[in-house]
Design a protein around this ligand. Structure first.
Ligand code: NAD
Ligand code: GLY
Length: 363
């Protein structure tokens, strides 16, 4: 393992500070690391049935070889199971196995597993420790970092949840090898988002490294994931509970969610976010905030990674607008937009004319 690319990013939150270890093959090293960190006495590995079949044995072997007691507990995969019923079933399972306050959880899987496990850890016995082992690109660069947990209810996505930070995040970039192409693209939309909102140099890196990134070249993908985690960590350190700054992470998401909903969720989230980012970029040009050359670079990059840059013609614009106005991120009925004024620099505003929104949705 000596020559394996490895990066460590710290999320600095006082006595809740935690490391993010990004390394090819790190799933095999989690046992040894947790033994040193002494996060818990025994571990419940929570995973969806699909990820459990791919990586459950690997992680369990790492834990048992380090002499740690661990049990694998699964739930059926998919967003439709990110709900309170699953939390109830998993809580009963933990109780039946006598998990107590000294025990901890490991989230092995994508964002659905991370959100469920984090929420479960925050409420089981009023809170037990947990760590993240994300296996999708989206979870590696976004959902496993920052402590947002939660589940969906019929009234909306992520409406029940907590802020609850993990004790550590272990990112095994090898897991990306088995990820379906569409899921990889979904994660790449978030990767590009970071360049646009916070780091022109990283944006340039993404322009220059498309091929090795898409080929999951080990050093390049390790660097890519680490830089995203670094940006997210710096944002979360300054605004853990999304009072203000953390909202920049929603760049492209408000319009993206509306597009996703108007497609009756046939469009995958990441691709809807890509379209949402392009729409906001056009809005920024229209309102004189962003130069056309910079907008062209952003749209070209999104396209170069194989993502759509326009909203499908068949989607009803009025439905998209309807969803925009009811987005859960609206505050007091006002819709906030994250607008780029340069690559690497954005601002948040609710001062956007409806006619400008109509125009960019039409494109
Ligand atoms: P997911 O967890 O459902 O994973 C997508 C699919 O990929 C699943 O079917 C899963 O079984 C499969 N999979 C996972 N890893 C795999 C691998 N290595 N190889 C093959 N298949 C694999 O979904 P996701 O896209 O990872 O996450 C989406 C969720 O994340 C949403 O619920 C969203 O709300 C949440 N989210 C949370 C935050 C946060 O800050 N907490 C941020 C962004 C998104
Ligand atoms: N994905 C947005 C956030 O973590 O705040």
């Amino acid at each position: 393992m000596e020559h394996t690319p490895r990066k460590i990013v710290q999320v600095g939150l006082g006595n809740r500070t935690y490391p993010i270890l990004i390394q090819s093959g790190v799933l095999q090293l989690i046992g040894r690391d947790l033994l040193q960190r002494k996060v818990a006495k025994r571990y419940g590995v929570i995973s969806d049935d699909h990820v459990a079949s791919l990586y459950g044995d690997r992680l369990m072997a790492s834990l048992t070889e380090a002499g740690l007691a661990a049990e694998l507990i699964t739930f059926p995969r998919g967003e439709k199971n990110k709900n309170l019923q699953t939390i109830g079933a998993l809580s009963s399972e933990l109780a039946a196995r006598n998990f107590d306050r000294k025990d901890g959880l490991i989230a092995l899987g994508g964002g659905v597993t991370g959100d469920i496990t984090g929420f479960l850890a925050s409420v089981y016995m009023r809170g037990i420790p947990f760590v993240q082992a994300p296996t999708t690109l989206l979870a590696q660069v976004d959902s496993s970092v920052g402590g947002k947990t939660g589940v969906d209810i019929p009234e909306g996505k992520n409406l029940v949840g907590t802020f609850y930070q993990p004790a550590a995040v272990y990112i095994d970039t090898d897991a990306l090898q088995t990820l379906p192409g569409e899921e990889l693209l979904g994660g790449l939309a978030e990767v590009i988002k970071y360049g646009i909102i916070a780091d022109a140099d990283f944006f340039h890196f993404l322009e220059n490294n498309r091929e090795p990134i898409l080929a999951l070249d080990k050093p390049v993908i390790t660097e890519t994931v680490a830089r995203c985690c670094e940006i997210k960590a710096r944002v979360v350190e300054q605004d853990e509970r999304e009072g203000d700054l953390r909202r920049i992470l929603n760049f492209g998401h408000t319009i993206g969610h509306a597009i996703e909903a108007a497609s009756d969720f046939k469009l995958i989230h990441g691709l809807a976010v890509a379209m949402g980012m392009c729409a906001v970029v056009r809005l920024a040009v229209r309102t004189g905030c962003l130069a056309t050359e910079e907008a062209a670079r952003i749209i070209n990059l999104i396209q170069a990674y194989g993502m759509p840059v326009t909203i499908p013609a068949e989607l009803d614009r009025n439905r998209i607008k309807g969803y925009l106005l009811t987005d859960k991120k609206t505050v007091g009925g006002r819709v906030f937009y994250v607008i780029p004024n340069h690559i690497g620099e954005v601002f948040i505003t609710d001062q956007v004319d409806e006619s400008d929104i109509d125009q960019v949705l039409r494109l």
